[in-house]
Design a binder for this molecule. Structure first.
Ligand code: HEM
Length: 145
């Protein structure tokens, strides 16, 4: 089960991060072009939100079954001094959850706005979320870089 969940948690970011980048580009472009907020924009924002929540839910399952987080909690005295433990047990989870909260806020705030203002909220919140998410991805474990 662990391997399957890890593969899913490792594969989904390709789609999720691509979609987040596309959303940001579309929303900033349409905001500066003062375009009308259409059905396809709503779908793009919503699909990005759903993928963000799916990624986080799978991450939460991983948090309880991963050998890395298990080892981190078994050796809790080293939790903050060991770079790997600190990264997965503290930094990765907190930053990702914060990023996903921002995506959720951007989506729900934009629902209350009208016209082109919808684009600004989405673009802004999604951009900050992307920066946070990219800052705490385990690049080396993920892509070997
Ligand atoms: C935007 C959300 C997230 C993204 C894009 C993301 C991405 C990733 C990636 C790419 C990996 C490396 C997988 C690999 O080694 O192939 C990873 C590992 C991990 N993630 Fe996330 N993650 C997210 C959210 C979360 C959340 C919310 C949690 C916990 C609640 C979490 C827990 C973990 C754990 C425990 C690992 C290490 C798994 C292991 O190697 O045993 N992730 N994550």
């Amino acid at each position: 089960m662990y391997t399957g969940i890890l593969h899913l948690h490792s594969f989904l970011p390709y789609i999720f991060i691509s979609l987040l980048i596309i959303s940001i580009l579309v929303f900033w472009t349409k905001h500066s072009g003062k375009k009308e907020f259409g059905k396809s924009d709503k779908q793009l924002a919503l699909f990005t939100l759903i993928l963000a929540h799916t990624q986080a839910t799978i991450g939460l399952v991983l948090y309880f079954i991963s050998p890395i987080t298990k080892a981190a909690f078994e050796n809790s005295s080293e939790l903050m001094s060991n770079e790997t433990y600190r990264f997965y047990a503290v930094e990765h989870i907190l930053t990702m959850i914060f990023g996903i909260i921002l995506i959720t806020m951007g989506y729900s705030k934009s629902k209350k706005k009208e016209g082109t203002a919808k684009f600004k909220g989405l673009a802004l919140f999604y951009t900050i979320a992307l920066v946070l998410i990219l800052s705490r991805l385990p690049w080396e474990a993920w892509l070997g870089v």
